[in-house]
Design a protein around this ligand. Structure first.
Ligand code: FA5
Length: 345
C-alpha cells in the first residue's frame, strides 16, 4: 500500500519523533508520567491528528493514517515502558543508598568474643541443689510466696501467740486476729502442703524465695532463698537425717567438706539441730536447721504419727552459694555489677 502524504502524516511523524525524545529525556518517574500524559492526552498532538482524520478525503489515506496513529501510540508506549524501567531502577538504587544503615559496628563486634549473660549465682546454686537432690532420689515441689498464718506458723506447731513466732521477723500482707496473710518467712510451710497433697512415702525438696524484716549485712538479706527437705516413711530415724546431710554436703561442696549437727530448737522438729559446714579457712558456718518432724506437724499434714515418721531440713541457698564461691559479703551477690558476676560462670 502506497502512502498518500498529507500534512497530517508529517505532523504525526514529527509528534512521534518529538515524543520519543521527550520520553528519553525524562529524568524522574513523575516527570515521565507528565510527559506521557501531555503526548497522549486529549489535548496532545496525537489526539489532534486523530480528530482531524475525518478531514482526510481519500478513504485509503484516512485508513492508513489511522493505522499510523495507532502505531505511533504503540511506539510511544514501548518507549515509555523502557524509560520507566530505567528510571525505577535508578530511583530504587538511590533510595537504598539514602536509607542505608551503618552496620560497621555490628560487623566488627561479630569478630570479637560475644558477651553472653550468665545465670545469677543463686540460680546456679538452686539448679545444682536440685540436681544433687534428684540424684539422691528426691522430688521437687514448690509453694506460694504469700502464705497464710496457718501454713507459715500454726500448722508448724506454732499456735497464735506462741513465743517461737518471734524467731522470724515477719512481713505481714494482712494482719488479722482470725488469720493473717504473710510473706513466707521460710520454706517450711511447703512441708505441710506436700504432706496434704502427696501420699507417703515422701522424699521431696522445696526451693524458693523467703522474706524477713531484716537489715542487710555480710550474712543476712531481707529477701533470700531456702531449700526445704522433707522425708516421710516408715521407721525413719535421726541417723537417716545425719547421713542424708553428710551425703548432700559432699555432693554439693566436694569430698573435702564436712558437716556437723549442733543441738538446737525449732517448734516443728523434735529433736532439732543446726547444720554447719566447714569453710575454706577451717571455721564453721551455719547453713540451716533440721530435725525429726514433730508429731503435731505430721497430724497437721494429715498423717498418723504412729504409722509415719520423718525428718525435715531447711538450708539458706544464698549462704551456700556464698560459701561455695568463697564470697565474703552476701550483698555482693545482689550488687548487679557485671564485673562481679562475670567472675563466676
Ligand atoms: C528456718 O527458717 C527453718 N524453717 C529451717 C528448718 C527447716 C528447721 C526444717 C528445721 C526443719 P532459720 O531461720 O535458721 O530456720 O533459717 C535457715 C537458714 O536460712 C539459716 O541457717 C541461714 O542459712 C539462712 N538464713 C536465715 N536468715 C537469713 C538471711 N537473712 N539471709 C540469708 N540467709 C538466711
Amino acid at each position: 500500500m502506497t502512502s498518500a502524504s498529507t500534512p497530517e502524516h508529517g505532523q504525526l511523524a514529527q509528534a512521534l519523533a518529538d515524543g520519543i525524545v521527550q520520553i528519553r529525556e525524562a529524568t524522574t518517574s513523575d516527570q515521565l508520567r507528565t510527559v506521557v500524559s501531555a503526548l497522549t492526552g486529549k489535548k496532545g498532538p496525537i489526539a489532534s491528528i486523530k480528530s482531524s482524520l475525518g478531514k482526510v478525503a481519500d478513504i485509503e489515506a484516512r485508513k492508513e493514517l489511522g493505522q499510523l496513529v495507532n502505531d505511533a501510540l504503540a511506539a510511544l508506549g514501548v518507549a515509555t515502558d523502557g524509560r520507566s524501567r530505567e528510571l525505577r531502577a535508578a530511583e530504587f538504587s538511590s533510595q537504598i543508598e539514602s536509607e542505608r544503615v551503618d552496620m560497621t559496628e555490628v560487623a566488627m563486634s561479630a569478630n570479637v568474643e560475644r558477651r553472653l549473660g550468665r545465670m545469677h549465682l543463686v540460680t546456679q546454686a538452686m539448679e545444682r541443689l536440685e540436681d544433687v537432690f534428684i540424684g539422691l532420689g528426691f522430688q521437687i515441689a514448690e509453694g506460694p510466696e504469700v502464705e497464710t498464718d496457718f501454713y507459715n506458723f500454726e500448722a508448724l506447731n506454732m499456735p497464735p501467740s506462741h513465743p517461737a513466732r518471734s524467731m522470724w521477723d515477719t512481713l505481714f500482707v494482712e494482719s488479722d486476729v482470725d488469720g493473717s496473710v504473710v510473706l513466707r518467712t521460710h520454706t517450711s510451710p511447703v512441708q505441710i502442703r506436700v504432706m496434704q497433697d502427696w501420699p507417703p512415702p515422701i522424699y521431696a525438696v522445696m526451693p524458693g524465695r523467703v522474706f524477713r524484716k531484716e537489715t542487710p549485712d555480710a550474712t543476712h538479706m531481707p529477701v533470700f532463698h531456702q531449700i526445704e527437705g522433707l522425708v516421710i516413711d516408715r521407721g525413719i530415724t535421726f541417723a537417716d537425717l545425719a547421713g542424708t546431710i553428710e551425703s548432700f554436703t559432699k555432693a554439693f561442696f566436694g569430698p573435702g567438706f564436712t558437716s556437723r549437727l549442733r543441738p538446737s530448737y525449732f517448734p516443728f522438729t523434735e529433736p532439732s539441730a543446726e547444720f554447719d559446714i566447714r569453710r575454706h579457712d577451717g571455721t564453721w558456718i551455719e547453713l540451716g536447721g533440721c530435725g525429726m518432724v514433730h508429731p503435731h506437724v505430721l497430724r497437721a499434714g494429715g498423717l498418723d504419727p504412729d504409722e509415719w515418721s520423718g525428718f525435715a531440713f531447711g538450708f539458706g541457698i544464698d549462704r551456700m552459694a556464698k560459701e561455695r564461691h568463697g564470697i565474703n559479703d552476701i550483698r555482693d551477690m545482689y550488687s548487679d555489677d557485671v564485673r562481679f558476676t562475670e567472675q563466676f560462670s
